[in-house]
Write a protein that binds this ligand. Structure first.
Ligand code: BG6
Ligand code: MG
Length: 216
């Protein structure tokens, strides 16, 4: 039976989850709100506009549509300045080895990201051509935790959803993958990602020996 792997980007392949956090923190401070750990976990995997809505609600402020758009642009500008510092070195531990193993095993690979900047970030770290299919914020109508991102990614690599293994660092992403009926490896800890099937702290820890067994 043919199986495939679908990976989230931010926080799984590179440390851009931290860059998103820094940029949102800067914006939240302008509204006198300090982001907490649980806010940061809740924001992972969430679209840019929904993240801003979340912060405004927490800060208990309302802004008009033009300020809302302007804030989205400013947050993204701050984020892109951080992305600009990235190079091929900017992948998380174990990522290169993980993709080498996937290539040796000829495992179909797709990206399932909520970011509009996904292709840019992949280009920065030299991994744009590693994927056989890319789903990003521009591809789907419904963001995570809706399963659309992962179902579309599975279609792109022509693998049935139940034969896909997803790697995710966000709670909304793990929910999306489970709703898509996919085996899910949480990149993080059970407290933050209670619905995952197993956990690694980085891709280098993934045990390919169990790859064949993970989907019965
Ligand atoms: C997700 C991140 O991958 O993309 C979120 O986990 C981020 O933190 C979202 O808000 C949208 O990213 P972008 O690059 O389109 O603002
Ligand atoms: Mg992520």
């Amino acid at each position: 039976m043919k199986k495939g792997i679908i990976l989230d980007l931010d926080g799984v392949i590179c440390d851009t989850a931290y860059f998103h956090y820094l940029a949102w923190k800067q914006l939240a401070e302008e509204y006198n709100y300090e982001l907490t750990h649980s806010d940061n976990e809740a924001l992972k995997g969430v679209s840019r506009a929904d993240s801003l809505r979340y912060i405004l609600e927490k800060a208990n402020v309302s802004i008009d549509a033009s300020k809302f758009e302007a804030d989205l642009v400013r947050k993204n500008d701050w984020y892109l300045k951080l992305v600009d510092t990235m190079s091929e070195e900017s992948v998380l531990p174990g990522v290169r080895e993980f993709f080498q193993r996937c290539a040796i095993k000829r495992i179909p690979l797709a990206l399932g990201s909520a970011s509009k900047n996904a292709r840019l970030v992949l280009q920065k770290v030299g991994l744009l051509h590693t994927f056989h299919g890319i789903v990003d914020a521009g591809t789907v109508t419904n963001g995570k935790p809706h399963p659309e991102t992962f179902l579309e990614a599975a279609k792109l690599i022509n693998i049935k959803p139940e034969n896909c293994i997803v790697f995710e660092d966000s709670s909304s992403g793990v929910q999306a993958a489970k709703s898509a009926n996919m085996y899910t490896v949480g990149v993080g800890i059970p407290q933050d990602l209670p619905m995952a099937d197993e956990y690694v702290t980085n891709l280098g820890e993934y045990d390919f020996a169990s790859f064949e067994m993970q989907i019965a």
